[in-house]
Design a protein around this ligand. Structure first.
Ligand SMILES: O=C([C@H](O)CO)[C@H](O)[C@H](O)COP(=O)(O)O
Length: 213
């Protein structure tokens, strides 16, 4: 199980400062969709340059022209690129093929997908690297989370790695770890805390203790 820090509501210098504080306790750093929209893929490039030992995920949430976007994110040195599960199968196939060519990985985000069981099975067949259940900010605001969805996809996914994102805080981590996703994505649960390093260290310790693989 890996820990990913999602950075969404900061600019590039703030993002780097934040990662410096917690770099020993995370495996993957995510350049969030809002940062990429505002700052562009140079945010990905600069993060990889500053922290070459961390995997960098570009949260493009691609919906179309997927091979092209995976190619551009790869050129910016992203290790993992996100594509939306609601995209056409042709887009998913294009993303997977391009990622293979570039030696990168594709994470498919199931945000807003209604039948996640069926779609997760299909995505698994299409050869994606990660399938991620995700409760976005706007559903978090009305009290939703993705904990049950994680179990649902764990039951049907055979090849891909599984991931979960959306509002995960320290006091919910144990519940998440029990389901054994391969990747746990935390944004505000670290970035929004007073002592970010202490929270990230505690999460890392819990994940290491709770990993069965
Ligand atoms: O992907 C995200 C969201 O859609 C905004 O871009 C977040 O990175 C993801 O939800 C993790 O952040 P938290 O919900 O703050 O943990």
């Amino acid at each position: 199980m890996k820990l990913q820090l999602a950075l969404d509501l900061v600019n590039i210098p703030e993002a780097k400062e934040l990662v410096k504080e917690v770099e020993d306790h995370i495996d993957v750093v995510e350049i969030g969709t809002p940062i990429i929209k505002i700052e562009g893929l140079k945010a990905v490039r600069e993060m990889k340059e500053a922290f070459p030992n961390l995997e960098v995920l570009a949260d493009l949430k691609t919906m179309d022209a997927a091979a092209y976007e995976v190619q551009k994110a790869s050129e910016a040195n992203a290790d993992i690129v996100t594509v939306l599960g609601a995209a056409e199968d042709e887009s998913i196939k294009g993303a997977v093929e391009e990622a293979r060519n570039q030696g990168k990985e594709v994470l498919v985000d199931l945000i807003a997908v209604k039948d996640i069981e069926t779609r997760a099975k299909e995505l698994d067949e299409l050869g994606v690297d990660y399938i991620c259940v995700h409760t976005g900010y706007d559903l978090q605001a009305v009290g939703k989370n993705s904990f049950e969805d994680l179990q649902t996809i764990k039951n049907v996914v055979r090849n891909a790695k599984t991931a979960i994102a959306g509002g995960i805080k320290l006091d919910q981590l144990e519940e998440v770890i029990k389901v054994q996703p391969d990747l746990i994505i935390v944004g505000g649960g670290i970035a929004g805390q007073e002592d970010k390093k202490a929270v990230a260290a505690k999460m890392q310790e819990m994940i290491r203790q709770g990993s069965t693989a």
